[in-house]
Ligand binder design. Structure first.
Ligand code: PEP
Length: 249
C-alpha cells in the first residue's frame, strides 16, 4: 500500500508572511494528521520561517529547486545542505518550468537528483511530454528517455527514496487536465518501466504523483486510478481552503 502524497508547489508566489499564514491555517484545520503525506514548497525566502511554523507537525517542507554542487562560486544558487539547514526534507527536481525556462536538461537533472539523495532530501522528480510530443504519439518514448537519463546511476535503494511526478506539460497551468484514464496509462507505463529496471518490489512502493491543473473538483477521479498515488499541485495549492479540499479528496 503506497501512502498518498499531496504536494503544493507555490512557485514564485507568496511573501514570507503569506507563507507562514498559510501554514498556520493548514495546521489549524486538523486535530490529527490527515491520511496523505502533505508537502508544501514555498519560495526559498520563506522556507526557514515556514519550517518554524510547522516544526513537529505532519507537514513536510519542500524546496522548488537546488544546485547540484555542495558549495562554491555559483551566484544565486542554493545547495542541498542549505535546504536541509533551512528545514527542508524534500525538493522538486526537473519541473518543466526549470527544463523549458531555465534550460535544465536530463543530465543536469540527474546530477541534481544525485545531490538531493546524497544530502538526504526526498526528490520529487518531474517528467512529462509536451503537447506536440503527445500529438505525435511520442509520450512513452519521451517519458522513457526522461526516466533513463534522469535516473542514470541511481540504484533501487535510491528509487525507493524518491517520488515521481508525471506532469504533462500541456496540462500545467492551462486548466486542461489529463483525464484520469489518460494519466493512468502513463502512470502504469512509468511503474512498469521502473519494475523492468529496478524490480517489482521497488516499483510497488514508488509514489507516482500526477500534476497538471489538479483542482478540488478533479482530484478524486485521478486518485481513484490504481497507479496514481497523489498530486503535485500548482495553482490550486495557493489557496489554503482549496488545498485542504484536495488533501481530503
Ligand atoms: C505544477 O506546476 O507543478 C502544476 C502542476 O501546476 P498547475 O497545478 O497550476 O497546473
Amino acid at each position: 500500500m503506497i501512502r498518498p502524497v499531496i504536494a503544493g508547489n507555490w512557485k514564485m508566489n507568496k511573501t514570507v508572511a503569506e507563507s507562514v499564514a498559510f501554514a498556520v491555517r493548514l495546521l489549524a484545520a486538523y486535530d490529527t494528521a490527515p491520511g496523505p503525506e502533505v508537502i508544501i514548497a514555498p519560495p526559498f525566502t520563506a522556507l526557514q520561517a515556514v519550517a518554524e511554523a510547522i516544526r513537529g507537525s505532519f507537514i513536510a517542507l519542500c524546496a522548488q529547486n537546488l544546485h547540484e554542487a555542495e558549495k562554491g562560486a555559483y551566484t544565486g544558487e542554493i545547495s542541498g545542505g542549505m535546504l536541509r539547514e533551512a528545514g527542508c526534507t524534500a525538493v522538486i527536481i526537473g519541473h518543466s518550468e526549470r527544463r523549458t525556462l531555465f534550460g535544465e536538461g536530463d543530465d543536469r537533472i540527474n546530477r541534481k537528483l544525485q545531490a538531493a539523495l546524497t544530502t538526504g532530501l526526498k526528490p520529487i522528480f518531474c517528467i512529462g511530454e509536451s503537447l506536440r510530443q503527445r500529438e505525435e504519439d511520442e509520450t512513452e518514448t519521451v517519458i522513457a528517455h526522461q526516466l533513463k537519463e534522469g535516473l542514470n546511476n541511481l540504484t533501487a535503494d535510491d528509487i525507493v527514496r524518491l517520488a515521481i511526478a508525471y506532469e504533462p506539460v500541456w496540462a500545467i497551468g492551462t486548466g486542461k487536465t489529463a483525464s484520469p484514464e489518460q494519466a493512468e496509462r502513463v502512470h502504469r507505463f512509468i511503474r512498469e518501466w521502473i519494475a523492468g529496471r529496478y524490480g517489482p518490489e521497488c516499483a510497488a512502493t514508488l509514489a507516482i504523483l500526477y500534476g497538471g491543473s489538479v483542482t478540488p473538483a478533479n482530484i478524486a477521479g485521478l486518485m481513484a486510478q490504481p497507479d496514481i498515488n497523489g498530486g503535485l499541485i500548482g495553482g490550486a495549492s495557493l489557496d489554503v481552503d482549496s488545498f485542504i479540499r484536495i488533501i481530503g479528496n
